[in-house]
Write a protein that binds this ligand. Sequence first.
Ligand code: TRP
Length: 328
Amino acid sequence: MASKGRVFSGARPTGRQHLGNYLGAIKNYVALQKDYDCIYCIVDLHALTTLDTTQNLRENTYEMALDWLAAGIDPQKTILFVQSNVPEVTELHTILSMVTPLGKLTDLPTFKEKIRENPNNINYGLVGYPVLMSADILLYKANAVPVGVDQAPHIEFAREVVRTFNHRYNTNVLVEPEMKVTEVPKVLGIDGKNKMSKSLDNHIEIAATPEETLQRVMKMVTDPARQRRSDPGNPDVCNVFTLHKVFSSPEEVEMVNRECRRAGIGCVEDKQLFAKNLNAALAPFREKRAELGRNPDYVFDVLRDGAKRARVIAQQTMAEVRAAIGLF
Ligand code: TRP
């Protein structure tokens, strides 16, 4: 089938991926390869804007890439690369920054949130974060960008940058990207309160061993109103049930839904069942990861090749951008 266009997405290198990353991004990235020409980028420069993601960059990049590849990102077809390996993005970032009103950046809800989270490190790069993200997308003339709803202001920003740039330089070299919202169940962490995240240590790694997975699952908070085994529970407010719907068979989901409500099944038993299904679902991924990981050069080779292919596109776009502006 003919490609429906080019997809670009990026994620900061956060190391081994968790269930939230898997359901929120990776699964969708893998599926999109069927219909689109995909470019996926590990945005290590963006990681430098916050202190927690500045640590262990090389290791985190490697582990994340290995997870993505084992989960089904196909480097024969898709371009997988590390942002800083294509330095043209920093040049486009500078150029785009000149068509960006500062107030637009400081007004963004994502910026306000970032400075609230990082009061001790409000750096220039944090303000320019959406400009660099726009440069990522526009450098590759992506038609569609799969991201979570939290990124909507950034995509809208990128679209405005395209319009301003193309208008100012009377050109059409930059392409307005469409946002492709990833519809996903809200995956909470084992605390049952916050979004699953590594920094909160409430996550379950997809590459964990079955034993570690069971241990983490047993710590998951369920319906807080269910205090005793004999209390009926409410699956609608239970994070384990949300995940059952993804990883368990329809019959089991039905059974859990029914039995939890009449205290026919307890949380312990329920979590054991979920852990069993989760481990079964992840087994092929874990096997593949172990296999790919046996060749330590594999991930580096893939990323080097990806950067080479990405750079060809990037250099072409930059030649057009420089010509449109009239840079010497
Ligand atoms: N801002 C995105 C995030 O925090 C990461 C990102 C950087 C990105 N560049 C991108 C996403 C380009 C999509 C396209 O999740």
